[in-house]
Design a protein around this ligand. Structure first.
Ligand code: ZN
Length: 189
């Protein structure tokens, strides 16, 4: 994020602090607009980036039946309220033609889709689409369980509720046994 955009955020946060009835000059929050700008530049760093590019594909001799990476933590901001939603992601794929992706790249892909204003449904679909695009596997399964602070802090005020989303493509759509294996394997404790 460039300096001009950081200044924009700082000015907006100063306005918000004023508008909610606090004093931006109060000693302990004087630095808050600058801190929010720095935090936002990280939290929203992938905004507008459509495609994940930070990966490496490896060739192996034999296809694994299924590769599962589970309980990947993620943090995102809902696009409706700019409040956090966060939880864990499970990702599985069935390799094709011995093509696999470095395992550490899957959490990076999760960060890539999460660091923008979004909703849980879009994040679920985007992880699936991007993995399908870069790896061309036989199928991808993604499930996400998340808590939404816009739901918990406002309105109905129920804390601890989880929202669960899934996206299946390729063989995970056709093969119910495989899909169930994924769901069993990643079942929330
Ligand atoms: Zn929201």
């Amino acid at each position: 994020m460039n300096e001009k955009d950081k200044t924009k955020i700082e000015n907006a946060v100063t306005d918000i602090i004023e508008a909610i009835g606090d004093d931006p000059k109060r000693a302990s929050i004087q630095e808050t607009p600058a801190r929010v700008a720095t935090a936002y530049s990280e939290i929203f760093s992938e905004t507008g980036n459509a495609h994940f590019t930070d990966y490496k594909i490896f060739d192996v001799d034999e296809n694994a039946d299924m590769v599962v990476v589970q309980d990947i933590p993620f943090y995102s901001m809902c696009e409706h309220h700019l409040l956090p939603f966060f939880g864990t992601v499970n990702v599985a794929y069935v390799p094709q033609d011995g093509k696999i992706i470095g395992l550490s790249k899957i959490p990076r892909l999760v960060n890539f889709v999460a660091r923008r204003p979004s909703v849980q449904e879009n994040i679920t679909v985007m992880i699936n689409d991007e993995l399908q695009r870069i790896l061309k596997p036989k199928g991808v399964a993604v499930s996400i369980s998340a808590r939404h602070l816009c739901m918990e802090m406002r309105g109905i005020n129920k804390s601890g509720l989880s929202t669960y989303t899934t996206k299946f493509s390729g063989v995970f759509k056709e093969d119910h046994e495989l899909k169930n294996e994924f769901l069993q394997q990643t079942r929330q404790k």
